[in-house]
Ligand binder design. Structure first.
Ligand code: ASP
Ligand code: MG
Length: 408
């Protein structure tokens, strides 16, 4: 007998039929003898609908009231799902985040879970009840309702699984797992049977948004076995694990890409202490996140510095940089927002040489110019002209043989 935490996202509970289907699934799991905790999101579209309502009433509504409002979406689905289970003869009980006592900090709209009181849940489980928990919410120490940020039900589920030391946390969603690349760009992309939490984080932060990033961090930290699977078709999904030293690692697990960035270069700045700070200080003061940063080796007493930011911040940063350039007496500022970033990710990089070479060679053979390169321990990213993005992703997918499953 196992203890399983399951989470169903908005599309999985988006209609009465789907809520009934979830109840059937949970009933089947109970019949196999598993103890079940079920975390649900709001019905699909509901959180957006509530946000739009708030916006009509008060475009500057305080975050505290927004949280009171948004938390109701999940309260609807826990009640409906419990009713569906009760109708099937299952004993079920629903709880809001505050009722379980999912204790968070007070940062409304993106609160962090601090602790979970498992007494009530364990009490119910011991009586054979299915416990249904509202995702995405908690309470702070003053009993204010908080929410965890968009997609936060994933994090609720993983945190519940960690608190209960569950055998597995299963996230049911509208895709059947994590893929080697986005199948819309690479039709040959393959579902991964497993991936490490570390790789998943790299892929997630790069735009492959299957799970809320924080939920993956949580799973890695508390070693929660986490599985992503489809609520519409059967299949094993993808298991997100902690790195298993015995596990034969594929070199590369996946490729991520995005068109969300723009690059800026300031040329001919005096090569002296404090310059990087003077250039990037105003950017961070403007609350702009910088991704890749490159500084050239100085020559003739000057150097060039290039960095990337989100495309939405491009114009603002150009203006700031022009100002800095004139303050510092730099030669010129140039920028480009027709770029794309492509990254290959894999823990296998740690123990294998030659991955970067292979990546650069494959892109060269297609005549794709690399504008910037940045690496971390398990990731290599390149910036290319955005019209080459899809070609580059397909080329790399093939070069690293990702369409072929590794031998078992
Ligand atoms: N209902 C929330 C959202 O739409 C939380 C979630 O679905 O995970 O973001
Ligand atoms: Mg989601």
């Amino acid at each position: 007998m196992s203890l399983i935490v399951e989470k169903y996202g908005g599309t999985s509970v988006g209609t009465v039929e789907r809520i009934n289907a979830v109840a059937d699934k949970v009933a089947a799991a109970r019949a196999r003898g598993d103890d079940m905790v079920v975390v649900v999101s709001a019905m699909s579209g509901e959180t957006n609908r509530l946000l739009a309502l708030a916006d009509e009433i008060n475009a500057n509504a305080p975050a505290r009231e927004l949280d009171v409002l948004l938390s109701t979406g999940e309260q609807v689905t826990i009640a409906l799902l419990s009713m569906a289970m009760l109708r099937r003869g299952l004993d079920a009980r629903s709880y809001t985040g505050g009722q379980v006592r999912i204790r968070t900090d007070s940062v409304h709209g993106r609160a962090r879970i601090l602790a979970i009181d498992d007494v009530r849940v364990r009490h119910d489980l011991a009586r054979g009840r299915v416990v249904v928990v509202a995702g995405f919410q908690g309470v702070d120490d003053d009993q204010n309702i908080t929410t965890l940020g968009r997609g936060g039900s994933d994090t609720t589920a993983v945190a519940m699984a960690a608190a209960l030391k569950a055998d597995e946390c299963r996230i049911y969603t509208d895709v059947d797992g994590v893929y080697t690349a986005d199948p819309r760009v690479v039709p040959e992309a393959r579902r991964l049977n497993r991936i490490t939490a570390e790789e998943m984080l790299e892929l997630a932060s790069l735009g492959a948004k299957v799970l809320q990033t924080r939920s993956v961090e949580f799973a890695g930290k508390y070693r929660v076995p986490l599985r992503v699977l489809s609520s519409f078709e059967s299949g094993p999904g993808t298991l997100i694990t902690c790195e298993d030293p015995d596990m034969e690692q594929p070199l590369i697990s996946g490729i991520a890409f995005n068109r969300d960035e723009a690059k800026l270069t300031i040329r001919g700045v005096p090569d002296q202490p404090g310059v990087a700070y003077q250039i990037l200080g105003p950017i961070s003061d403007a609350h702009v996140n910088v991704d890749i940063i490159l500084q050239n080796v100085g020559a003739d007493g000057t150097t060039d510095l290039t960095f990337t930011v989100h495309r939405n911040d491009y114009q603002k940063c150009l203006g700031l940089l022009e100002q800095t350039a004139s303050d510092l007496g730099a030669r010129e500022v140039i920028g480009d927002d027709n770029i794309a970033k492509i990254s290959v990710v894999g823990v296998g990089m740690r123990s294998h040489a030659g991955i970067a070479t292979k990546m650069f060679q494959s892109l060269a053979e297609e005549g794709i110019n690399i504008q910037m390169i940045s690496t971390s321990e398990i990731k290599i990213s390149v910036v290319v002209e955005d019209k080459y993005m899809e070609l580059a992703v397909r080329t790399l997918h093939k070069a690293f043989d990702l369409e072929t499953a590794p031998a078992a």
